[in-house]
Design a protein around this ligand. Structure first.
Ligand SMILES: *[C@@H]1O[C@H](CO)[C@@H](O)[C@H](O)[C@H]1NC(C)=O
Ligand SMILES: *[C@@H]1O[C@H](CO)[C@@H](O)[C@H](O)[C@H]1NC(C)=O
Ligand SMILES: *[C@@H]1O[C@H](CO)[C@@H](O)[C@H](O)[C@H]1NC(C)=O
Ligand SMILES: *[C@@H]1O[C@H](CO)[C@@H](O)[C@H](O)[C@H]1NC(C)=O
Ligand SMILES: *[C@@H]1O[C@H](CO)[C@@H](O)[C@H](O)[C@H]1NC(C)=O
Ligand SMILES: *[C@@H]1O[C@H](CO)[C@@H](O)[C@H](O)[C@H]1NC(C)=O
Length: 694
């Protein structure tokens, strides 16, 4: 291996040699597979695919995370001449603005394009609001377009943007309708005519409305109608007609668009002018949540209803808050950048690309009804995304956990609570911890038949480890106290089963089950040790603490003897089989929890082994396939030498900046070729923040 100090220089050389030559613009920090544009919930998830060396913002359409097109057009009129800056409008008489730069931060994607004598800065801001539940729960995102003269003269500028009905459904034959309201804010509301509550098709929700809005200030105009007609009207007039098309029809029937134009007036170099738009997808209720042994279901709503009684009130507040939201976003970006850059600048890039994707899989909810919201009853729901549509999957929350712990540990509690409340009712029949809260988001109907995906040791270990981590980080012992019965039940399951696991699945379920997996066994053993700490520190149960403590210690010894290869170079995949090896990411749970339980010799043995067996894009999850995972490599690097940590970071960075993919951040790729799996946009990339927890 190269010495650590060489690595930055080497990575520069590798960048020059192997990465696709960037296009004519600069990409900061690099060109990602896909730029997050409006990413806030499982259903507000607009991305801009940018494979190869990158794609200009006006050379393709944005997409839903699944790859379905989302019509989102942007045009600008400069002294009477039209330019496009977003999407691929098929109308005449405009020029494509020239992309100058593209950048992403944790909360923003920022594109600069020159439109003749004017430079446009197009900012897509999807806020992450860890300290404000109302703001975090608003399913809206900002588009801001700022114009400045680039030639010393002043220019007259107006900005146009529209969205299509594609924001409602992937099925373009679906009938939609829409209305436009003009108060302090102009809003186009559109929805499917045939809605089914809590129902998805192709990962789109068949419920609720899309809202496209801008402030109703001087020079703001609107129009709805056929895309080519409305876009051409702006090109010809530099504004819109303030007319409404009320011929409601299918998404692809003369493609109705919902458009705004904003006059920016005279624009100079020193005094840029800007206009802000918001896009959101709102539904109510949000989540169906099992109660009373499945006899009834609670309808849960977005947390923001506790503050706003109408959606237009929420949108107005959201738009008026733009400047403040932007400075909060800049602070958050800076905080993450500074913390991650203390490890390496490559690491800071990975963190930045992980943030919106992680939070964009979640929704914050309350129970109650208008005028009587239970703001103490906060639950956060998370969609597994792309591997399947499960809701609050335990072994998705676990890998994603670091992002939530780093920004606000309460989010962890809000995600665990549905699982704990459900199991506390006794409806779940198995002795181990449930895998998820329901087979399909947004229905949290539990598994009263006990037929959830079976990962007993995995989920028992995850639950105990996350509960201890939450409690240690917050000092709030209420959760472990309230659910001590189940914690003990799961710990007992581990005592009985984790030393010699039968043929069980782990979170790496695509490789199938296997008996006696060393990495699974150690998760359970660490779980027993974690339970001894919970018992001693928070439950005052000394007897259990001692018993779990001595069991864990003796299991660890036995585990080491079975799990270590006979020549002592590494951990085998499966007890007794010398031929396999494994990315032993569960050893990182010991670091997460600060237990100091795993002997340093185990970590240093593995670290050396990884170092000697690294492929271009890292080390495989286990020797059954060549696939690895970004977040599990980062988790693992909590346990390795700094040099191996840097190699893992470099592997993830090398892959994600390689131009090979065009989907939201995938968490699974081939360690040599970089070919990626269909897993994309999963919140598990929150695990890329693991090193920030050390
Ligand atoms: C394009 O502009 C020319 C000149 O102004 C005009 O004659 C023509 O009708 C325009 N075409 C369209 C499709 O708007
Ligand atoms: C649009 O469709 C929805 C759902 O069927 C319906 O509730 C609403 O009244 C319709 N709106 C208009 C303007 O037709
Ligand atoms: C409405 O959608 C449901 C399922 O989403 C479908 O079964 C039903 O046939 C649809 N109704 C109409 C009138 O299209
Ligand atoms: C697991 O390993 C132990 C110890 O070698 C062995 O006795 C047991 O049969 C193995 N279990 C399975 C399911 O293979
Ligand atoms: C576990 O036992 C060891 C000694 O064997 C002791 O140092 C440690 O404090 C114990 N931990 C707990 C949580 O009881
Ligand atoms: C250790 O054992 C593994 C698996 O049998 C083998 O591939 C490797 O070459 C051995 N290494 C040493 C240093 O003996």
């Amino acid at each position: 291996m190269v010495p650590t100090t060489w690595i930055p220089a080497l990575s520069v050389i590798l960048t020059l040699l192997t990465y696709p030559v960037a296009s004519d613009w600069t990409s900061t920090p690099f060109n990602p597979p896909s730029y997050p544009l409006a990413v806030r919930t499982p259903y507000l998830s607009a991305w801009f695919p940018s494979p190869g060396g990158g794609v200009a913002l006006n050379d393709a359409w944005p997409e839903f995370w699944t790859g379905a097109t989302l019509g989102w057009a942007g045009l600008v009129n400069v002294d009477g001449a039209a330019y496009s800056f977003l999407g691929e409008s098929s109308v005449s008489n405009f020029t494509k603005a020239t992309q100058v730069s593209a950048e992403f931060t944790s909360t923003r994607s920022i594109f600069v394009l020159s439109a003749g004598p004017v430079d446009l800065t197009v900012t897509f801001l999807s806020p992450i609001e860890p300290d404000d539940l109302v703001k975090q729960s608003l399913p809206f995102s900002y588009l801001s377009v700022s114009a400045a003269s680039n030639d010393g003269s002043s220019h007259t500028v107006s900005v146009y943007t529209d969205i299509t009905g594609e924001w409602l459904s992937t099925d373009h034959t679906a009938a939609i309708n829409w209305t436009t309201t003009a108060g302090d804010v102009l809003t186009h509301q559109s929805q499917l005519q045939n809605q089914t509550v809590y129902s998805e098709s192709e990962d789109r929700i068949l419920q609720g409305s899309v809202y496209y809005s801008t402030r109703n200030v001087d020079g703001a105009t609107y129009q709805t109608g056929q895309s080519t007609v409305v876009r051409s009207y702006f090109i010809d007039h530099g504004e819109l007609a303030n007319t409404r098309d009320t011929n409601y029809r299918a998404i692809d029937n003369d493609w109705p668009v919902f458009a705004f134009s904003r006059s920016l007036g005279k624009v100079t170099k020193d005094v840029p002018q800007y206009a802000v738009f918001s896009v959101g997808h709102v539904r109510d209720p949000v989540i169906k949540y099992i109660q009373n042994n499945g006899v009834t279901f609670e309808s849960r709503s977005y947390y923001f209803w506790s503050t706003y009684s109408t959606i237009s009130g929420a949108i107005t507040a959201f738009l008026l808050d733009y400047s403040a939201a932007l400075s909060r976003a800049e602070s958050l970006d800076k905080k993450l950048q500074t913390a991650a850059a203390s490890i390496s600048s490559d690491y800071a890039d990975i963190v930045a690309l992980s943030m919106r994707q992680t939070f964009g899989a979640t929704e914050l909810t309350i129970s109650g009804s208008p005028g009587a919201w239970n703001t103490d009853d906060v639950l956060m729901f998370i969609k597994e995304i792309s591997s399947d549509g499960n809701i609050n999957t335990v072994d998705i929350i676990m890998p994603a956990w670091p992002a939530f712990m780093y920004l606000n540990p309460k989010f962890g509690k809000y995600m665990l609570l549905p699982l704990l409340q459900y199991q506390a009712t006794g409806q779940y029949p198995n002795e181990w911890a449930v895998h998820d809260m329901g087979a399909h988001y947004p229905i949290a109907n539990g598994h009263d038949q006990g037929l959830d995906e079976k990962m007993p040791i995995e989920e028992c270990g995850n639950m105990i480890n996350m509960m201890l981590d939450y409690t240690q980080r917050t000092g709030d012992a209420s959760l472990v106290k309230a659910y001590s019965k189940h914690l003990n039940q799961w710990a007992e399951y581990l005592v009985a089963n984790t030393l010699f696991p039968v043929n069980q699945l782990t979170t790496v379920d695509f490789d199938g089950p296997l008996p006696n997996q060393t990495n699974l066994a150690i998760k359970g053993i660490i779980g027993i040790q974690a339970m001894s700490v919970i018992s001693k520190k928070y439950l005052g149960d000394v007897e259990s603490a001692n018993s779990y403590n001595s069991t864990a210690a003796s299991y660890l010894k036995t585990w080491q003897s079975y799990a270590t290869s006979s020549n002592g170079t590494h951990l085998v995949l499966e007890y007794g089989y010398q031929s396999g090896d494994v990315l032993a990411f569960n050893l990182a749970m010991d670091k997460l929890l600060g237990l100091n339980f795993i002997p340093d010799s185990v970590n240093s043995m593995q670290s050396t082994y990884y170092e000697n067996h690294l492929a271009k894009y890292g080390f495989p999850l286990d020797s059954r396939s060549t696939y690895t995972s970004s977040e599990w490599m980062i988790w693992t690097s909590m346990t390795t030498s700094n040099s191996v940590r840097n190699s893992f970071i470099q592997a993830v960075h090398g892959w994600v900046s390689s131009g090979q993919s065009k989907t939201p951040f995938t968490d699974r790729f081939d360690d040599a070729t970089g070919s990626s799996s269909p897993n994309k946009n999963r919140p598990v990339v929150g695990g890329n923040l693991a090193l920030l927890l050390l």
